[in-house]
Design a protein. Structure first.
Length: 84
């Protein structure tokens, strides 16, 4: 994928992530409570879970658009897979 394609995919993923953070109430009404999040994150854990999902998608999209995702992945995981 070329540079323009990566930027487009990155920007689209950032746009996809925004509703998770901004419209958390809609996700709560349509998808309900996440039992795991409520158990592990306490009361209101589902709200936090949906917001963290959105922030995670946004950060990954930004890293993809700037071309840093591969470098960070190799830096973090490279030693486990034999990368130099």
């Amino acid at each position: 994928m070329g540079t323009i394609g990566k930027v487009i995919v990155g920007v689209l993923s950032m746009a996809l992530a925004a509703p998770f953070v901004i419209k958390t109430q809609w996700f709560m009404e349509n998808f309900g409570v996440v039992a795991w999040a409520e158990e592990k994150l306490g009361s209101g854990g589902s709200w936090l879970f949906y917001k963290l999902i959105g922030i995670g998608i946004f950060v990954i999209g930004m890293l993809w658009a700037t071309g840093l995702l591969g470098s960070i992945a190799v830096g973090l995981l490279g030693r486990f897979f034999g990368a130099a």
